[in-house]
Design a protein around this ligand. Structure first.
Ligand code: PMP
Length: 397
């Protein structure tokens, strides 16, 4: 096929998406202030950011970033293994390993790359990778990149996962799951998965992008909240771009795991290290996220307020204890219409449609943050109450 043909095919595929109400569009945000966003000259109250603890604009993070940029400049200049691994990265890795209760942590430039890197380093063709059907795209892509046999079990079905492990041929196996599911907000059945992994001699990996900072006594995430340690969850990955308000990711585990990733994880080896100033800001974020329990308390009280109000309105909530509180609407058009109607009320909530979520499960992905106040949640509930009644009719339109 010629180059022109490929572009033509892509254009046709894009037009098909448009036709099915599934076309993705970029929106430029002109300014952010706490939960408020400016777009197209309008000030909107946002319920779509993953800045769950309200740290992205924290003055101490901004100051740490500026200070380190003054000292070190902007770019790291190279990959970690060349000369890009600075003092700020090393300090951040130590702070993260300590927080997670693991021997070591290894920074990656993004969570997407961390998952590709871990799976590609750990798995080889002939191995089996067992995953929840609702895992984040980068866990699925990582298993494919590794050439492993990918088996997907129905969401949160630990018996199905155990069956997939037990019926595998004589092959090494990794079970990988989101800790908190990115589009549903519910927590994975980690204790059951860990028990199956022990029984079936498989390795468990948890991606806790949405649990870190939010769940667990000092915000150590869903794995700590389930009282699981390094023996049960030897591979723990999470990101710096959500509750920590920065960008980047890390894998925490044994010294041997980290050293192995350093040798074999191509998305770690062959890419530029994150800017050292960002690592300095993330180090400050770790101290605040770990120490300031009131942020988690405030977030939990906002979540409870939202869930109580939404239940009173008869809205179709998921079983989510996290900052992610989706409203399942079913049809892509219904989700877009609801998002548009909320925008008329001055609220920015994202409509999430297939293929990000399964067919027939389009939704509003509402996210809450410690940057919100009670009155903001009330504004959201008031606006939701004005949406056509069919939106509250059990998730179907
Ligand atoms: N894992 C999960 C569960 C996520 O939700 C995301 C991002 N949305 C990622 C990994 C990727 O992280 P990053 O944005 O740092 O690439």
């Amino acid at each position: 096929m010629t180059r022109a043909d490929l572009l033509e095919r892509l254009a046709i595929q894009t037009a098909e998406r448009e036709h099915a109400n599934l076309r993705r569009r970029l929106r430029t945000i002109e300014h952010v202030e706490g939960p408020w966003l400016e777009s197209d000259g309008r000030r909107l109250l946002g319920f779509c950011s993953n800045d769950y603890l309200g740290l992205a604009q924290h003055p101490q993070l901004v100051a740490a970033l500026k200070r380190a940029a003054d000292d070190e400049g902007v770019g790291s200049g190279s990959a970690h293994l060349v000369c890009g691994h600075r003092r700020e990265h090393a300090q951040l890795e130590e702070a993260l390993a300590d927080w997670m209760g693991r021997e070591r942590a290894l920074l990656f430039s993004t969570g997407y790359m961390a998952n590709l890197g871990v799976l590609q380093a750990l798995l080889a063709p002939g191995d089996v990778c067992v995953q929840d059907k609702l895992n984040h795209a980068c866990l699925l892509d990582g298993a494919r990149l590794a050439g492993a046999e990918l088996k997907r079990y129905p969401h949160a079905d630990i018996e199905a996962a155990a069956r997939q492990l037990a019926s595998r041929p004589d092959a090494a196996a990794l079970v990988a799951t989101d800790g908190v599911f990115s589009m549903d907000g519910d927590v994975a059945p980690l204790t059951g998965l860990a028990a199956s992994c022990t029984r079936e001699r498989a390795t468990l990996m948890v991606d806790d992008a949405h649990g870190l900072g939010v769940l667990g006594a000092d915000g150590a995430g869903s794995v700590a909240a389930a009282a699981l340690g390094p023996r049960e969850v030897p591979v723990l990955m999470t990101t710096l771009g959500k509750a920590l308000g920065c960008s980047g990711a890390f894998v925490a585990g044994s010294a041997a795991l980290v050293d192995g990733l350093l040798q074999f994880a191509r998305p770690y080896i062959y890419t530029t290290a994150m800017p050292p100033a960002l690592a300095a800001a993330a180090c400050t974020a770790v101290a605040i996220a770990r120490g300031e329990n009131w942020r988690r308390g405030k977030l939990q009280s906002l979540i409870a307020r939202f869930r109580t109000g939404a239940a009173q309105l008869g809205l179709p909530l998921t079983d989510s204890p996290s900052a992610i509180q989706p409203l399942l609407l079913g049809d892509a058009r219904a989700a877009l219409d609801a998002a548009q109607a909320l925008e008329q009320h001055g609220l920015l909530v994202t409509a999430i449609r297939p293929p990000t979520v399964p067919q027939g499960q389009a939704r509003l992905r509402i996210t809450l943050s410690a940057a919100h106040e009670d009155k903001h949640v009330d504004l959201l509930l008031d606006a939701l109450a004005t949406l056509p009644r069919r939106i509250g009719a059990g998730g179907h339109v």
